[in-house]
Ligand binder design. Structure first.
Ligand SMILES: Nc1ncnc2c1ncn2[C@@H]1O[C@H](COP(=O)(O)OP(=O)(O)OP(=O)(O)O)[C@@H](O)[C@H]1O
Length: 245
């Protein structure tokens, strides 16, 4: 199957620091790709280079065969790239529903033109992630697990073809993690490609079709979870220092 996303020899420097160095990979429609690596390895930077909140210093990003390397984030969102943020900042005074409706208004292909329709679409997304019962609550009244789901619902409301998830399971308990895994699997069943950054190894192992490992900004492994998690370089660089929860 041809790639939906292609990252070609992408490098990103911040002054003297090379956060991402010569990274290349491709992602097919409906594929779930896990991205792991130690703190500071460059994972969030890589997602930002794909979503457009950062531009690469070198290299190219292609979406559906089109170069998007220099497109601003809102244009990429309209092409169908949605993301969640590690640091969650819902609009605090707005309801949970309206936080998601904003995504529906500004998302894929210009989004829904009218607020009523955007709200209807937002309601579907809240049901999809299991937050339907919280629609009318203020967003800042949600607890941590609810905010993670809200991030997912906001990204899904933009009707993405590619969903970038930045640590949507961090801080969740085992039951909550299983619930989020089920949501991401349902997302994939709709043919949406998913790139997931996660430190919870057990979750990423069961969820991912393929795993990438970043270390000091370099891609040190790309393959099936079984192969990658048994790789001696990966064990030494990352897993050795962690408990595989
Ligand atoms: N805007 C920035 N300006 C300067 N340095 C940055 C910036 N963003 C990230 N960095 C640096 O780039 C490196 C990679 O950071 P990044 O946040 O991408 O890592 P990460 O793998 O997502 O880490 P974590 O698992 O802790 O979230 C780090 O050394 C970080 O300090």
């Amino acid at each position: 199957m041809s790639a939906l996303l292609e990252v070609r020899h992408v490098t990103r420097r911040f002054a003297g620091l090379v956060a991402v160095h010569d990274v290349s990979f491709a992602l097919a429609p409906g594929e779930i790709l896990g991205l792991i690596g130690p703190n500071g390895a460059g994972k969030t930077t890589l997602i930002s280079l794909i979503s457009g909140t950062l531009e690469p210093s070198e290299g190219e990003v292609l979406f559906d065969g089109q170069a998007i390397t220099r497109l601003p984030a809102f244009r990429r969102a309209r092409l169908g790239i949605g993301r969640t943020f590690q640091i969650m900042r819902p609009f605090p005074g707005l309801s949970v529903l309206d936080n998601v409706a904003i995504g529906a208004l500004f998302g894929h292909r210009g989004g829904q033109a009218q607020l009523a329709r955007a709200r209807a679409q937002a309601r579907e997304c809240l049901d999809f992630v299991g937050l339907g019962g919280f629609a009318d609550q203020r967003a800042d009244e949600l607890g941590g697990p609810g905010r993670k789901r809200l991030e997912l619902a906001k990204a899904l409301a933009m009707k993405p073809r590619l969903l970038l998830c930045d640590e949507v399971m961090a801080g969740l308990n085992h039951v909550e993690i299983e619930e989020v895994i089920a949501v991401i699997r349902k997302v994939r069943e709709q043919g949406i490609a998913v790139l997931v950054i996660e430190h919870v190894i057990k979750a990423i192992r069961s969820l991912s079709d393929r795993l990438l490992v970043l270390h000091h900004g370099e891609l040190i492994a790309d393959g099936t979870p079984e192969k990658v998690l048994a790789d001696a370089t990966v064990v030494q660089a990352y897993l050795g220092a962690r408990r595989t929860r």
